[in-house]
Design a binder for this molecule. Structure first.
Ligand SMILES: [Zn+2]
Length: 266
């Protein structure tokens, strides 16, 4: 079992949110979908010069009681900051646990299992080179022969009213010669969207595509999907997504959506 705790280097100092027990990858006989490998990329989480994980994503604020329950460090005023890289890691671990339980071989870019290499951290810190970082993440998914690259994020906006979840499909891979990766990315996004829409209380903002280059998409040689699961800039969304029971609802819906996609397309 892989058990992430506050002492794990995967979790920023002073924050203890991910405490999810993860079963080992299913063995050959237990594989429900042989050859279909999912690689999860919990967004952000770069390493600073002292080896601590920091992020450059969105962040939300939680009241003291919920923050304490999640093991977050309280600020002077009694609230706590919920950084995006922490909640993406928590959700990534929950999704990984469910997929493995369902017989799907699954890896996470930010889990620390024996033999894992994480070259993107070095690139992130030394060069702050976003393209190199995201290219390495996509290549790591390729190394594991992933048929799905699942990227997990939470949104931020200057408008605190912005709320809901959206799903971004990859239509910009340089490896997509015939449109097959785009179609598969779209189909998988739609399967996940359907499950999320009927399971979570946040508004369904639909499927979207990026106008600007997204390096983790551009360099992905397999279908890729990016989930923006709620706005950390919106206090109601933050409260909703940070409740562990709701995180489980999300994880269940997302993994069911992936299984729907596998059943329909493979
Ligand atoms: Zn993000």
């Amino acid at each position: 079992m892989l058990f992430l705790s506050a002492a794990s280097p995967a979790v920023p100092e002073g924050a203890a949110m991910p405490r999810v027990e993860i079963p080992a990858n299913p063995r050959a006989k237990a594989l429900k979908y042989p050859g279909l490998v999912v690689v999860i990329d919990p967004g952000h989480g770069t390493m600073d010069k002292d080896g601590r994980i920091t992020g450059q994503g969105a962040s939300g604020s939680l009241n003291a009681s919920l923050a304490k329950g999640l093991g977050l460090k309280l600020r002077a005023g009694g609230s706590a900051e919920l950084p995006e890289e922490l909640i993406t890691l928590d959700y990534g671990m929950r999704i990984m646990a469910r997929l493995r339980e369902a017989g799907v071989e699954t890896y996470s870019i930010r889990s620390y299992e024996p033999g894992d290499e994480r070259p993107w951290f070095k690139v992130d810190y030394k060069g702050h080179d976003q393209e190199a970082n995201n290219k390495l993440r996509a290549q790591w998914a390729e190394k594991h022969k992933a048929v799905l690259f699942l990227r997990i994020h939470f949104d931020g906006s200057e408008n605190k009213q912005d709320s809901g979840f959206s799903i971004w499909y990859n239509d910009q891979s340089i490896h997509d010669k015939d449109g097959a990766l785009k179609k598969a990315s779209y189909d998988c996004s739609e399967s996940i969207r359907r499950r999320l829409a009927s399971a979570v209380e946040l508004k369904d903002l639909g499927l979207k595509r990026f106008e600007r280059p997204i390096y983790g998409f551009k360099h992905a040689s397999m279908p890729a999907v990016l989930l923006e699961l709620g706005y950390l800039s919106n206090p109601d969304d933050t409260l909703y997504v940070s409740r562990p029971a709701n995180a489980d609802i999300y994880a269940e819906a997302i993994s069911q959506g992936i299984l729907d996609y596998f059943a329909e397309s493979h």
